[in-house]
Ligand binder design. Structure first.
Ligand SMILES: NC(=O)c1ccc[n+]([C@@H]2O[C@H](COP(=O)([O-])OP(=O)(O)OC[C@H]3O[C@@H](n4cnc5c(N)ncnc54)[C@H](OP(=O)(O)O)[C@@H]3O)[C@@H](O)[C@H]2O)c1
Length: 316
């Protein structure tokens, strides 16, 4: 890949897109293109066409999506299905028609069936029913994976889909109403530490097992996919290692320096007992994650401290 190639990162202000932008800049790529959703609404096919005609990107990385948790998915199923289809269809189809030969599509582990065996392998796609709470989002993402596979198969272009596990890191969402478990714990432990180390109450029993990948590792995987022609159309991106939510809480408590008690509210639901990606295909292709979880939590906590003014203190 030429360092002057024009690379369009859709969603460059998001957590993942911003990490990809940082990684490419650090590697000396000088011709990066990004537009906010206000400047270019990717749901608008005409606007996307005009943008591609004017800018002629050579490579497209799709990190733009309408994302959200269970609550948002269940309240806005139509938007989660339709907006994601619109965003990715406009990007994939316009890229294909504009002779873009390299396209990296990002999805998530929710594309796999709810009851699929663990660790999740790429081959489990479409073998059983999805998790009903986010099937709207998952169906859109599966359509994106299939569109890239079809272009690859029919036209021989390098369109590839990368499916990350749970991500965390700089630019994470620390809003306790909508955040994922890892940034929510960082914030809760931090605020409890600053309130005389009062106890931190956490949901569930602490026994479910989860996998976490630092967003900078995710960006590194995207750079790898950009610089190498991967032989297949779909790859899981993760660490291949999981830990219990209790172990995660203890690791975060240690990094933050909270000295109080942790109270587990086991009346609250635990969710799926285990969710882990099989990352053998990406390893065989030559890439693996490099950030150790404790080091990643430290970096994320530092980012939180440096950006605290953006987050209002909340009562926990
Ligand atoms: N975060 C995770 O834990 C995680 C895990 C697995 C997979 N992923 C995947 O990674 C991708 C990015 O996720 P993220 O966490 O970075 O999300 P994010 O922080 O919410 O960023 C989403 C980006 O999409 C852009 N966007 C949304 N609607 C748009 C529209 N109509 N037109 C143009 N741009 C639009 C936003 O642009 P503006 O900022 O300009 O509005 C924003 O930059 C998604 O495909 C997601 O499935 C994320």
């Amino acid at each position: 890949m030429n360092k002057e190639s024009k690379i369009y990162i859709a969603g460059h202000r998001g957590m993942v897109g911003a990490a990809i932008w940082r990684a490419l800049t650090a590697k000396g790529y000088t011709n990066l293109l990004g537009k906010t959703s206000k400047e270019l609404d990717l749901r608008d096919q005409t606007a996307v066409n005009q943008f591609f005609e004017a800018e002629k990107p050579e490579v497209v990385i799709d990190a733009a999506a309408r994302v959200g948790g269970i609550l948002a998915n269940s309240e806005y199923p139509y938007q989660f299905l339709m907006e994601n289809l619109q965003i990715q269809n406009n990007l994939i189809d316009t890229a294909h028609k504009s002779e873009v030969n390299k396209f990296i599509f990002l999805g998530s582990s929710c594309i796999y069936p709810k009851m699929a065996p663990q660790p999740l392998k790429e081959e489990y796609l479409l073998t059983d029913s999805l998790e009903p709470t986010n099937e709207w989002y998952a169906i859109a993402k599966i359509a994106g994976v299939k569109a890239c596979e079809a272009i690859r198969k029919q036209f021989g272009k390098d369109y590839v889909s990368l499916m990350p596990t749970n991500l965390y890191g700089s630019h994470d969402n620390f809003d306790l109403k909508t955040s994922h478990v890892l940034p929510a714990m960082i914030r809760k432990f931090h605020e409890a530490k600053n309130s005389d180390n009062k106890p931190v109450e956490l949901w569930g029993s602490g026994s479910p097992m989860r996998e976490f990948l630092n967003v900078d590792d995710m960006a590194d995987a995207v750079v790898f996919a950009l610089e190498n022609k991967l032989p297949e159309h779909l790859y899981n991106i993760g660490t291949g290692k999981d830990l219990t939510i209790k172990e995660l809480a203890e690791a975060i408590q240690k990094v933050v320096g909270h000295k109080g008690e942790i109270i587990w509210d086991s009346f609250k639901p635990d969710g799926t007992p285990r969710k882990l990606m099989n990352v053998d295909k990406m390893k065989d292709a030559g890439w693996k994650a490099s950030t150790d979880l404790e080091e990643g939590i430290q970096k994320t906590y530092q980012w939180f401290l440096n950006n605290q003014d953006k987050f209002k203190e909340v009562k926990i």
